[in-house]
Design a protein around this ligand. Sequence first.
Ligand code: SAH
Ligand code: SF4
Length: 346
Amino acid sequence: MISFTDQTGIEELRHRLRLDPQVIRRLRAVYLRSFSGLDAALGSLPEGVRCEVSAAVRFHELDWVETVHSDLDGASKVVFKTRDSRRIESVLLRIKTGRSSVCVSSQTGCVAGCLFCATGRVKEVRNLASSEILDQVIQAGEIFQSEGRRLRNVVFMGMGEPFHNTENLFAALEQLRSSGGFHLSDRHLLVSTLGIPEGIQRLSARFPRVGLAVSLHSVRQDIRDELMPFCRQWPLSELRAAILDRNTVHGQPVMIELLMLDGLTDTEADCAALKEWLTGLQVHINLIPYNPVAADHAVVAGRLLRESGEKRVGEFLAELKDAGFKATRRHSLGADILAACGQLAR
Ligand code: SAH
Ligand code: SF4
């Protein structure tokens, strides 16, 4: 069977069935842009070919398992099963009417093993195919559509490190922004990375206007090395150079993600070092409250990982703003359903 997002396969099918290109364009618009679902998509086809198309094309790559709604906020976690029986998760974020976002996974786990992240503890990791990444968007779009909402943003902040799956990430981005595909604006696509300099360079070269977020968390090399052991191979100076390069390619600020950990990333010294490190870069700082991960006994620099106090986060934020930085704090949604940042894993 041909996956619906396999453009070459669909083009071959179109030839075989002698369909006008316009018919496929309409089918894509109904299925990928309006998210009207399978019946409507098939209904857009000439009657004579509906059966053949539905027999030849696989419209969904992932089996939907369950949707868990948060009682705290507008978030839902959607659990999917891949065809090889891996479980992956996406998060639907209903921030305000008309501003719906989906947070998608790029891998079934993550080999980076950051100490604070549940995804990093999943043992068997494989890359998701672009069709599996895109089906998370299709199914999210259909859920939003059934609620009278519209999917606007796709953020790669789910399970996995996007730059460990760069080819499939790029293939997915290509279709998300294509006018013949999902037709989403580059400004509404965002890739979050643990900070792989080469990946940042490649994204900037190929998709200069797609948003970039970097999980910086600490500019103290020893603390960052402990929190994110996988990142030891790139000194912070190399990461800074990649962000600086990116700034020269495109004027949109890079989002800097900072996990607020009590006594580890939120001290006076951290704030001072951060301000110095970021001076000269065009960034938007996003302070992320730490979402506790079950059975968390990780110790860094002699301290257990604990979320920063509310007051401390406020002071940290104010200090950055006073220094002239654009900074906000993230209200991580879905904490009660383990859908918040870093909690995705089964
Ligand atoms: N691998 C990519 C994208 C997925 S993680 C990355 O690391 O950027 C998405 C974001 O969630 C990252 O900024 C990550 O640092 C953050 N995160 C991970 N675990 C978290 C936790 N327990 N609490 C809050 N944020 C967490
Ligand atoms: Fe992987 Fe990102 Fe989790 Fe680190 S924070 S383990 S890079 S998913």
